[in-house]
Ligand binder design. Structure first.
Ligand SMILES: Nc1nc2c(ncn2[C@@H]2O[C@H](COP(=O)(O)OP(=O)(O)O)[C@@H](O)[C@H]2O)c(=O)[nH]1
Ligand SMILES: Nc1ncnc2c1ncn2[C@@H]1O[C@H](COP(=O)(O)OP(=O)(O)O)[C@@H](O)[C@H]1O
Length: 216
């Protein structure tokens, strides 16, 4: 076959996906999200708005849009959220932004959101959503990680541990479940899930022309 008539399969057009990582607080979803964003320039973080205070090491507009209650109310009033939820006494929401049009153009998005937000996104847009739940190897290890992270008071950690069992009970609302024991092994599995989901036939919208060309 002449070189010029070949199509590079890697440049076939495909629809983007909404890759959701959820876990009980402290199980490691922020760590895995950051590894994924660093390793894979094709996926973009959906930056949520939150009314919770900024932690040490966090940056406004990068990790979250940190807003006060009045600003969150204003965004709600103008129907600015794809989904939103109360978590640990604060409000968190996914701004609508340009997600829908970007998905069409093949952009993938990463969501670090809880089970409530996952349900809302899934109800709105099943075909584009991939739901991954991360579990800690044990509750003792979860407590160790929350303490070792050093970002929350003993009171906040206790509240997060209290909530952990309730959050874990939503594991069956996800497509994939990965135990985060060794962080590199967990990351490798999450990456494999993302790669496999990208190859789903329905997402590869450029396949029709490609295959038609092969069969000519
Ligand atoms: N529904 C929803 N949940 C969110 C959103 N942003 C963050 N969350 C969840 O809120 C919870 C608390 O997040 P955070 O305060 O950053 O603490 P973390 O548990 O240590 O990540 C986590 O389960 C996040 O996944 C959002 O936009 N919508
Ligand atoms: N597999 C792992 N083994 C040991 N520590 C981990 C592992 N994964 C994450 N951690 C650590 O546990 C703490 C909580 O992780 P983080 O990613 O902030 O959790 P989450 O976003 O789910 O609340 C962090 O200090 C992180 O470095």
């Amino acid at each position: 076959m002449a070189e010029a008539s070949r199509t590079d399969p890697d440049t076939l057009h495909r629809r983007g996906l909404m890759f959701i990582l959820s876990s009980p607080s402290g199980a490691g979803k922020t760590t895995i999200s950051n590894m994924l964003l660093e390793a894979d320039p094709a996926i973009m973080l959906s930056v949520s708005a939150t009314t919770r205070p900024m932690r040490k090491g966090e940056e406004d507009g990068v990790h979250y849009h940190f807003v006060d209650d009045a600003e969150f109310d204003r965004l709600l009033e103008e129907d600015g959220f794809y989904e939103w939820a109360h978590v640990f006494g604060h409000r968190y929401g996914t701004p609508k932004g340009h997600i829908r049009s970007a998905l069409k153009d093949g952009q993938d998005f990463l969501f670090d959101i809880d089970w409530q937000g996952t349900q809302q996104l899934y109800q709105k847009d099943q075909q584009d959503v991939v739901r991954v739940f991360i579990l800690p190897p044990s509750l003792e290890e979860l407590q160790r990680r929350l303490t070792g992270r050093g970002t929350d008071s003993a009171e906040v950690i206790a509240a997060r541990m209290d909530r952990a069992r309730a959050e874990i009970s939503h594991w069956d609302g996800y497509d994939y479940v990965v135990v985060n024991d060794d962080v590199d092994a967990c990351f490798a599995k999450v990456r494999e899930i993302l790669e496999a989901e990208r190859m789903k036939r329905q997402r590869q919208t450029g396949l029709i022309d490609f295959v038609r060309n092969l069969m000519r």
